[in-house]
Design a protein around this ligand. Structure first.
Ligand SMILES: Nc1ncnc2c1ncn2[C@@H]1O[C@H](COP(=O)(O)OP(=O)(O)OP(=O)(O)O)[C@@H](O)[C@H]1O
Length: 302
């Protein structure tokens, strides 16, 4: 197991941020850690990484006790907090990597060259971190977390605030890294798109407790959450109300844009598209994932 947590609790005065969590994550797997605002995700991650002391319970990350063995653990994990920086704010990005290389006692240059290429960092390696755009900084943070080739990567809201294209690029990079190195991944996020693209299992935390452990499709099935396929057609078409396994939930622009809702597990995007292309000419499509708050509401009303 890469992570083992048992009876984990954390109180802040009277607030119970984490309330008796027990779960284990297998080495090499990718897990989404989801929940509403204030559910306890960041607090859990801080305990997993040795930043925060649990009030009760036990944590093993990479087989180590995070608080007691924090230095050793730092060599084996990489962490990105989307809303906080681990880089030196006033220094050129390159200097942060030099410093991290020294901390990890490694010649960071070969790995940096590789990461700079894959994450497209070259044009701003000499720019002070404070002057980077959000997208540039996050790419810089991800490179910093991977510089020492950790066996576990923990990401806390890595795509928050990024535009669609930057999000997609970052997801593609992370997926590729995982295939190449088999790095274990724990991804705390609000973004169901991140979870679907990058993980095979989700842990849903609510008020500090584990409310669901399984696949994203399993969660969607349990709560009846649906995905929406937004179809942009080359020419206006009649309402696509007869596509098997779907419900037509919107027709806009005189039939040029149509929305089909479907439940994961009952049909596939491929099957829907093949039925659509028999009836209309497709120009473009996007998929809207259910939002986490809605899923949680449905979980409790189900
Ligand atoms: N340092 C702190 N002092 C007091 N309360 C805290 C502290 N850190 C977190 N909390 C509280 O603990 C609870 C869990 O917070 P946490 O940040 O872990 O949630 P989260 O799931 O990461 O939320 P978000 O998605 O908004 O980041 C919240 O009620 C929060 O207000």
């Amino acid at each position: 197991m890469i992570i083992e947590v048992s009876g984990l609790r954390r109180l802040f005065k009277k607030v119970v941020a984490v309330d008796g969590l027990t779960f284990a994550i297998e080495r090499g797997s990718a897990v989404g850690y989801i929940g509403a605002n204030g559910a306890g995700k960041s607090t859990t991650i801080k305990m997993l990484t040795g930043i925060l002391r649990p009030s009760a319970g036990t944590v093993l990350t990479c087989g180590l006790e995070p608080l007691r063995q924090r230095r050793r653990l730092a060599r084996r994990i990489g962490v990105v907090f989307g809303q906080r920086s681990q880089l030196w704010w006033d220094l050129p990005l390159r200097d942060s990597y030099r410093a991290l290389g020294a901390i990890h006692r490694l010649d960071h240059r070969p790995r940096l060259a590789e990461l700079a290429e894959r994450l497209d960092l070259a044009s701003f390696l000499d720019t002070p971190v404070r002057q980077l755009s959000l997208g540039q900084r996050i790419r810089g943070e991800v490179a910093a977390a991977l510089l020492h080739s950790p066996e576990l990567l923990i990401l806390d809201e890595p795509t928050i605030g990024l535009d669609v294209l930057s999000k997609e690029r970052l997801r593609a990079f992370l997926a590729e890294q995982r295939t190449a190195f088999g790095t274990s991944l724990l991804l705390a996020t609000h973004d169901m798109g991140d979870v679907r693209r990058l993980t095979e299992r989700v842990l849903l935390v609510d008020h500090g407790r584990l409310a669901f452990d399984g696949t994203l499709d399993g969660l969607a099935r349990q709560v009846g959450a649906e995905r929406i396929l937004v179809l942009d057609l080359a020419e206006p078409a009649r309402p696509l109300s007869e596509i098997p396994g779907t419900r037509l939930v919107g027709v806009e622009a005189g039939g040029l844009r149509q929305r089909l809702s479907f439940a994961p597990g009952t049909t596939t995007v491929a099957a829907i598209l093949s039925a659509v292309t028999e009836r209309a000419q497709l120009h473009d499509l996007t998929i809207e994932e259910p939002d986490i708050e809605g899923v949680i509401r449905q979980l409790y009303s189900a």
